[in-house]
Structure formats: structure tokens, C-alpha cells
Design a protein around this ligand. Structure first.
Ligand SMILES: [Zn+2]
Length: 256
């Protein structure tokens, strides 16, 4: 797609997202950049896949956060630039490679399928009546804990990636890319949970006796690092997971 046309469409979509409260201002700017890259390199097919992720993920988040009482770091105000880049950065890189390398499609679709699977798993898993278990040890943890997984969430994540794969087939992506991306998306979702359960920085607020993902608790107090690496926050885990999804998809596509 012509870059100017791509930027116009991406900007319009980001404005709608900003208007609906799905994105904050920084998130809207990042979303415009990601959208411009994906629409330019991926054309209408890339645009359809990215729009599916953006709309379905935002609606699920909006709907699910209302029901999510125990979410530890409940946040409002829409997705930030970091969150947008963590979810869409690798897809954008893949899209920009497409004109010169066919594998760019696998990178684009694998990264988006990973983001889709993880978002759907998180939001649908929030409705689970059974408490999540840590993917690494199987220990029962409070809802919203990083690395905690439920059967409902995992099924939801697979559904998310499958819906995206179905759209990919309908709009004519090669079957090899679609199958590689679907499998990679599911693997990346597990990888995301495993990183969340092991190396992601997790904090404890002594004042509220609460566990969270951020160095400053929502009460305003500084929280204490109780496990993981301080620099590896939830956005960094998402970035690693979506890029892994893209990389695994490229490898599978190359093998198939
Ligand atoms: Zn606190």
C-alpha cells in the first residue's frame, strides 16, 4: 500500500481508538506508526489482520476489565505506547520486510498471532471460575498473577489465534504462513506465561500487603522486588513473546 495512504488509514484507526479510550495519546501515536508500517508492507491483508487484533483485543479488554475484580494492577486510560510497541513492534518489522523477503509474512503473522493469543488468553481467562495455576510449578495463585494460567484462558488464546488464522486463510495468505503462525502464536503464548512466572519482575507493596507487576504500587508507595528481574516488566515480556512468535513462525515456515 502507498505509504501516504497507509499513514492516513492508520492515523484514522488510531484516532478512533483514542476516541473510544482504547489508547492514550502516546499509544495512539505508536499505533499510527505500527499501522503505517503494517499497511505499507502488508497491504490490505496486513491491514485486515492488524485491525482484527486491535478491535477484538480492545473490546475484550474493555468488556473483561469490568468483571475483573482481582486484577492486581488494574489500569485505565487505554493502552500506552510501550504496550502498543510490545504487541505490534515485531509485526511492523515483518511487514516492512515483505517487499524484499517472503518470510516477512511469517514474521508479521506469527507476531500478530502471538499478541492475539496472549490478549485473548488474558481477557477470557479472567472469567475463569477456577483460580489460575502458575505455569512453571502448578501452584494456585490469585487471578491476575503473571504466569498464572487457566484452562479457559488457554482455550481462549487458542481461539484467538485460530480466528486470526481463519481470517488469514480467507484473505489469501499462503497456507504455510497461516499454519506456521497459528502454531507459533500458541507456543509464544505459553512462552509469555513461562517468562511471567519465572523472570518477570514481581513486586510486593508492604503497606497494602499486595503483589503487583510495577515498582510503584497504585497506593503511591514504592514496592519491593520479590522475584524476577526489575528491568523485565510486563511490556518487555510481551515484546519478547511476540517477537518469539514471529521468529518461531519464520522457522516453521522455512521448514514447511
Ligand atoms: Zn500499596
Amino acid at each position: 500500500m502507498n505509504p501516504a495512504v497507509a499513514a492516513a488509514f492508520a492515523g484514522a484507526l488510531a484516532l478512533v481508538g483514542r476516541g473510544l479510550g482504547w489508547l492514550n495519546t502516546g499509544g495512539a501515536l505508536a499505533s499510527s506508526a505500527v499501522g503505517t508500517a503494517v499497511f505499507t508492507g502488508g497491504g490490505p491483508a496486513g491491514a485486515a489482520l492488524l485491525t482484527l487484533f486491535f478491535v477484538s483485543g480492545s473490546l475484550l479488554t474493555k468488556y473483561s476489565s469490568r468483571s475483573r475484580r482481582n486484577r492486581l494492577d488494574a489500569q485505565t486510560g487505554g493502552r500506552t505506547a510501550r504496550q502498543v510497541l510490545a504487541n505490534g513492534g515485531c509485526a511492523a518489522v515483518g511487514a516492512l520486510m515483505i517487499p524484499s523477503w517472503e518470510g516477512g509474512w511469517a514474521l508479521l503473522f506469527g507476531a500478530l498471532a502471538a499478541a492475539q493469543a496472549d490478549t485473548w488468553a488474558t481477557e477470557i481467562g479472567a472469567f475463569s471460575t477456577k483460580p489460575p495455576r502458575l505455569i512453571s510449578t502448578g501452584v494456585v495463585v490469585p487471578p491476575g498473577t503473571s504466569g498464572g494460567v487457566t484452562l479457559l484462558g488457554s482455550v481462549g488464546g487458542f481461539m484467538g489465534a485460530s480466528v486470526m488464522a481463519t481470517l488469514a486463510m480467507v484473505i489469501g495468505l499462503p497456507a504455510t504462513v497461516t499454519i506456521a503462525g497459528l502454531l507459533a502464536g500458541f507456543v509464544a503464548m505459553m512462552w509469555d506465561s513461562l517468562l511471567g512466572a519465572t523472570v518477570q519482575g514481581i513486586y510486593h507493596c508492604d503497606r497494602c500487603d499486595a503483589v503487583g507487576e510495577r515498582p510503584r504500587h497504585r497506593c503511591g508507595d514504592r514496592a519491593r522486588l520479590i522475584r524476577g528481574w526489575a528491568w523485565l516488566d510486563n511490556d518487555a515480556v510481551n515484546l519478547v513473546a511476540t517477537c518469539s512468535g514471529g521468529a518461531v513462525a519464520v522457522v516453521l515456515w522455512w521448514i514447511i
